[in-house]
Design a binder for this molecule. Structure first.
Ligand code: KIV
Length: 278
């Protein structure tokens, strides 16, 4: 079973950290099998698995269903539950209570977006209470409305310094790693080089300590929008479409099910059934 020290060990030995998202049991099983360094049950599932327009509508109770499914599938992996919008922003008590629900559901850690006094205090209390926290800076989808949309962050030295300042605060508060989303590669490298905890990049270039992407994006399964930083390793949407079209055709043409996929009555019962029909 991996722990937070696995992440620090990889950073210290200059080995890149490979992380992916999972929302369901069978994907979690595959990620467990390949020994992925960490699995994030991201609130991106609001769009990818539930069809919401953004991450605002997903609740802690909905997230817990997916965390439990992933925990059942990935017995040896380090699972991080993403704290959804407003499930940790109201008070320390609310944040701690919901973070503890994630751990009870099978997560080993939680992820929280942003850096303000409340978040810092909550990270400290969570870590003191035995709940490891992954920070998240740069583009933070839960703050999209105040940021003003999907915008690349850290485009000026001033902005980069501000992100680094926040990253240092998260580090001091006890985060075991920080996700850096949507920023120039040089900005992410500068921030990474000035922290002792690992950074996990998404759309932040190659010099972070590790990378995370949405699994459904790189498998070509989710096609509503494909960010520039996504590399497709498969086209599951096309494969699924072709396979299901073939199924539909075979049912219509009475090719499926064939004898191979059917069960037979024993001879005596066949005879009886034949007599009954006559
Ligand atoms: O919700 C999510 O999937 C994320 C990303 C960092 C992958 O937050």
């Amino acid at each position: 079973m991996k722990t937070i020290s696995h992440f620090q060990k990889l950073k210290n030995s200059n080995e890149k950290i490979a992380m992916l998202t999972a929302y369901d049991y069978s994907t979690a099983q595959v990620l467990d099998k390949i020994g992925i360094d960490g699995i994030l049950v991201g609130d991106s599932l609001a769009m990818v698995a539930l069809g919401y327009e953004n991450t605002y509508n997903i609740t802690i109770d909905e997230m817990l269903v997916f965390v439990k499914a992933v925990a059942r599938g990935a017995k040896n992996s380090f699972i991080i539950g993403d704290m959804p919008f407003m499930s940790y922003n109201l008070s320390l008590e609310q944040g701690l209570e919901n973070a503890s629900k994630m751990i009870k559901a099978g997560a080993s850690a939680v992820k929280m977006e942003g850096c303000n006094e409340h978040i810092i205090a909550l990270i400290k209390r969570s870590v003191e209470s035995g709940i490891p926290v992954l920070g998240h800076l740069g583009f933070t989808p839960q703050l999209m409305n105040t940021i003003g949309g999907h915008k690349i962050q850290g485009k000026t030295v001033n902005q980069i310094d501000k992100i680094l300042e926040s990253a240092k605060k998260l580090q001091e508060a006890g985060c075991f790693a920080i996700v850096l989303e949507l920023m120039p590669a040089e900005a992410a490298k500068y921030i990474t080089d000035n922290l002792y905890i690992p950074t996990i990049g998404i759309g932040a270039g190659k010099d972070c300590s590790g990378q995370i992407v949405v699994t459904d994006d790189i498998l070509g399964k989710f096609t509503d929008f494909v960010p520039k930083f996504v590399k497709k390793y498969a086209n599951l949407n096309e494969i699924t479409l072709n396979a299901l079209q073939e199924y539909k055709r075979e049912v219509k043409e009475e090719i499926f099910p064939s004898e191979k996929e059917s069960f037979e009555l024993v001879i005596e019962e066949k005879v009886k059934l034949g007599a009954e029909i006559c």
